[in-house]
Write a protein that binds this ligand. Structure first.
Ligand SMILES: [Zn+2]
Length: 269
């Protein structure tokens, strides 16, 4: 009897310490709650011009299909429209989108119009595709592919030409703000030699494709440009989180924070 009581006591202690440890350990994205951290605009920041580029939606280029078979071009357009209004509402940004509705816009045209405006920054929004994709059925009679192997965001930039330092500052500010908000920085295993990780900020990668294959929107615009790979589209958990208003609101605040920092020339902190 005493043995049973002692066993019950030990089991109770183990269970309660497990519960305490679990409560104290923050869950990791894509399970974690996000933090809504507002931007900090220094005096004199003024009004800056932002081009938001909803990735894809170019002729013959609809992008990936996510774990629920949704086209990347539809996800990026919806995200860019929401982000545009959140940025405009701060009073610190004028925002233009590179495409609207069902129009198909070549990339060269997007960059020409950003140069002509001229914009202060060019942000291209995407979702990534990583990990070995396996077929699954998100609902009866619908087969898509998914992978939970490589979640997280990544920020891509190019060190080509004389705008490299401004692009790197922008990329690090974005990586820092997204990580601070609770988004998971992707570690880069699937990028192999195509992108190299930054040594100062997790989730930031420099383009290392052969010179003739380097990503056009990363090196061509006259203003600093980056690609934000918001998440792994093949990860059904991440895709679902990005359907939530809370996720997109935390993302919009992180973008404000990063722009406030990088456009003011301050290092990420
Ligand atoms: Zn894309």
């Amino acid at each position: 009897m005493r043995k049973i009581a002692a066993f019950g006591l030990v089991a109770g202690l183990v269970l309660s310490s497990w519960a305490i440890a679990r409560a104290l350990t923050p869950a990791v994205w894509p399970e974690a709650r996000l933090r809504a951290l507002p931007g900090d605009f220094p005096p004199g920041f003024g009004v800056r011009r932002v081009v938001l580029d909803p990735g894809h939606g170019a002729p013959g280029n609809s992008g990936n299909k996510n774990a629920f078979c949704r086209d990347e071009q539809s996800f990026t357009l919806e995200l860019a429209e929401e982000l545009a209004s959140a940025l405009a509402q701060t009073g610190h940004f004028e925002v233009k989108l590179t495409r609207r509705g069902s129009e198909l816009t070549p990339y060269a045209e997007r960059i020409r119009s950003a140069d002509a405006w001229p914009a202060d920054v060019f942000l291209s929004l995407h979702s990534d595709v990583r990990g070995k994709a396996e077929p699954w059925q998100p609902e009866p009679n619908v087969t898509c592919t998914r992978s939970r192997a490589a979640p997280g965001f990544s920020i891509l930039w190019s060190d080509q030409g004389d705008r490299a330092a401004a692009r790197l500052g922008m990329a690090r500010a974005f990586g820092h703000a997204l990580e601070a908000a609770g988004f998971l920085p992707y570690a880069g295993a699937d990028y192999h030699a195509a992108y190299a990780p930054d040594d100062a900020q997790r989730g930031v990668f420099v383009d290392r494709h052969a010179p003739s294959e380097r990503i056009f929107v990363l090196w061509r615009p006259a203003m600093p440009s980056i690609i934000v790979e918001t998440h792994n589209a093949l990860d059904d958990r991440e895709a679902q989180r990005w359907n939530e208003r809370e996720t997109r609101a935390a993302f919009a605040l992180a973008v404000q924070r990063a722009l406030a920092q990088a456009l003011d020339g301050r290092p990420a902190q």
